[in-house]
Design a protein around this ligand. Structure first.
Ligand SMILES: Nc1ncnc2c1ncn2[C@@H]1O[C@H](COP(=O)(O)OP(=O)(O)OP(=O)(O)O)[C@@H](O)[C@H]1O
Length: 206
């Protein structure tokens, strides 16, 4: 089981509850704007505490309201790709990419750095500054930065939003390759039906 999630939380006026299990590959959390998809990702990441419930990823319990387990965010080994790329503006692409790489232990991650940079198609961008990148390039670097921190699982929050058609296609191809080539649980949020249908191994409706 890659994701085993059963959480509830209140945010302002909104009561958010979500329950699903998913196997290997890419799980898509699908639903309309405001339903609570981002909130679910932040609970799985450990940035928002559920009022109750349980979160396990790849067999490891990260939160359990009954037994009091609540693994801190920095120990969850989560790769989080936010809705906006959020690259550090004063660092080159290379330094952005390797920002979290100190966490890689002996033997590196599930994929070598060179392979990852090749899959993402960002090898020619390493010495560039973030403000010189297109939206699609910046997204690919943000995905690379998350992956190079050697995460145990990957959370992607609308990684295709606000990109034009060509850039969306580029990122979709990258996500498909990661889904098919990496043995890593991936959970992606979208409100776009076509994206969900194309990329998901399993779709969870919210
Ligand atoms: N800090 C907050 N204070 C009050 N209400 C909040 C807060 N954060 C989120 N909410 C509310 O919780 C609900 C879920 O928000 P969330 O961002 O998780 O939804 P979403 O499905 O990811 O939406 P979108 O697709 O628009 O990003 C919304 O109704 C939102 O208004």
């Amino acid at each position: 089981m890659s994701f085993d999630v059963d959480v509830a939380v209140r945010r302002g006026e909104a009561e958010i509850a979500c329950r699903f299990t998913a196997g290997e590959g890419l799980t898509v959390l699908f639903g309309p704007s405001g339903i609570g998809k981002t909130s679910v990702l932040t609970m799985i990441a450990g940035l928002l505490r559920p009022r109750s419930g349980r979160i396990a990823v790849a067999g490891r319990t990260l939160f359990d309201g009954e037994t009091g387990v609540d693994v801190p965010v920095e120990q969850r080994r989560v790769g989080y790709v936010f809705q906006e790329p959020r690259l550090f503006p004063h660092m080159s692409v290379r330094r952005n990419l390797y920002y979290g790489a100190g966490r890689r232990g002996e033997g590196g991650g599930a994929i070598s750095d060179d392979t990852l940079i090749e899959v993402l198609g960002i090898g020619h961008l390493l010495d560039r500054a973030p403000h010189t990148l297109s939206g699609g390039e910046a997204r690919r670097v943000a995905i690379g930065r998350a992956m190079l921190s050697n995460p145990a699982f990957l959370l992607l929050d609308e990684p295709l939003s606000s990109l034009d058609r060509a850039r969306r296609e580029e990122i979709m191809v990258v996500i498909e390759r990661m889904r098919d080539q990496l043995d890593m649980p991936m959970l992606m949020v979208t409100h776009d039906h076509e994206e969900a249908e194309r990329l998901a191994t399993r779709i969870v409706g919210m």
